[in-house]
Ligand binder design. Structure first.
Ligand SMILES: Cc1cc2nc3c(=O)[nH]c(=O)nc-3n(C[C@H](O)[C@H](O)[C@H](O)COP(=O)(O)O)c2cc1C
Length: 349
């Protein structure tokens, strides 16, 4: 046998853990008027029933039940197996309602209606699940233990490992976009190695795919590689001085009369260039040429940038991105805690 415990015993152990969670959930649902005191526990418990819990159902539905169906001749749409599957469906639906109501409750809209939903649906979920566990442990699993052969038990045990492994892999699976978003940093300290023309061209090429208001795509991009021009850009403001060590810069340019979303469009495109630059192994940073709260300073910077790039009066450059190969890795930067910036449904009260 694979592992030391029978698959049914593993499921029973998980049932015991679930029963403990249900007892805790029942207590929490009984104290919905004490929101501050119960929020953390409610969050943890509903999070368990939102994600981890369903691996258990998957093991039953995709590994154990098919063996029971085939070898015990129990049909899926009737009898004990049919009832278990119907209860799974009921629990899934009720859980969806509980998850939504919990999110509303935690977000601050803890009106009486939300609490009523949580109490009623919570009570249904808890009762059905307790009863369901009792039936599985004492009827279905007992039948499986009596009738499944060692070969089938091994097959189910192996499938359990695959399902658990797949679940873990799913959670841990690296996604290049997500990874890039987490890893992105400003780089203001560059090596003297020039950036190949093809890479610079590619960065502008991918910026073309950025979203823009009404799909107007009115941005334009100027790539600067002349040392003298990079130096002049670096002198525009103290906060841009690092441009002097950059090997290239990409100015994002727009005619503000062409779209009401000129600042948003340029910002999105600049971010695309930034991420694409990092994907090509470059360090990137943002030099602000526009400050929403200081039109005088913005006009001064615009004049300087216009002189360097030879731009007509009507065009505006909200930002310039400096690029090059990183000389050093920036120190860790503190990011806000997720719970401080996230809310569901309503602004937290
Ligand atoms: C709109 C905007 C304007 C910025 N302006 C400048 C700037 O003028 N000079 C600069 O050195 N960094 C500038 N930055 C970079 C931020 O200071 C930097 O992104 C922030 O401190 C977070 O650090 P990180 O990029 O390493 O994550 C700007 C960033 C944004 C989004």
């Amino acid at each position: 046998m694979i592992g030391t415990k029978k698959p049914t015993q593993l499921l029973k152990d998980e049932h015991q853990a679930v029963l403990q969670k249900l007892t805790a959930l029942e207590k929490v649902f009984g104290r919905l008027d004490e929101k501050e005191a119960i929020s953390a526990e409610l969050k943890e418990l509903t999070s368990f029933f939102k994600t981890e819990f369903w691996v258990h159902f998957t093991k039953e539905e995709e590994a154990l039940f098919p063996e029971i169906e085939t070898f015990l001749f129990l049909p899926r749409d009737a009898g004990p197996l049919g009832v278990m599957l119907m209860e799974h469906e009921d629990l899934r639906k009720t859980n969806d309602v509980i998850q939504k109501a919990t999110a509303e409750y935690l977000a601050g809209s803890s009106g009486e209606a939300t609490k009523k939903t949580l109490r009623e649906q919570g009570s249904h979920f808890i009762n059905v699940l307790r009863d369901h566990i009792n039936k599985e442990d004492n009827i279905l699993f007992m039948m499986a233990d009596m009738h499944l052969s060692q070969q089938q038990i091994d097959k189910v045990a192996k499938l359990f490992l695959d399902i658990e492994g797949g679940h873990k892999a799913e959670g841990a699976k690296e996604n290049p976009v997500i990874e890039a978003l987490r890893a992105r940093r400003s780089c203001k300290d560059f090596l003297g190695t020039p950036v190949p023309t093809e890479i610079l061209t590619e960065l502008v090429d991918v910026a073309r795919y950025s979203p823009s208001g009404a799909n107007k795509n009115t941005w334009r991009f100027i790539i600067v590689t002349e040392r003298q021009d990079l130096n002049r850009l670096s002198e525009i403001a103290r906060t841009c001085s690092w441009l002097a060590s950059a090997q290239a810069a990409i100015a994002v340019i727009v005619d503000p009369a062409s779209t009401r979303y000129w600042l948003e469009d340029c910002s999105v495109a600049a971010y695309a260039i930034w991420l694409a630059g990092e994907a090509r192994g470059l360090g990137v940073a943002w030099a602000a040429m526009h400050q929403s709260d200081n039109s005088e300073e913005s006009a001064r910077r615009q004049k300087c940038v216009r002189d360097v790039l030879g731009l007509p009066e009507a065009l505006y450059t909200p930002m310039v991105l400096g690029l090059g190969y990183r000389k050093s890795q920036p120190p860790d930067k503190k990011r806000p805690n997720l719970e401080d910036i996230i809310a569901w449904g309503k602004y937290p009260g």
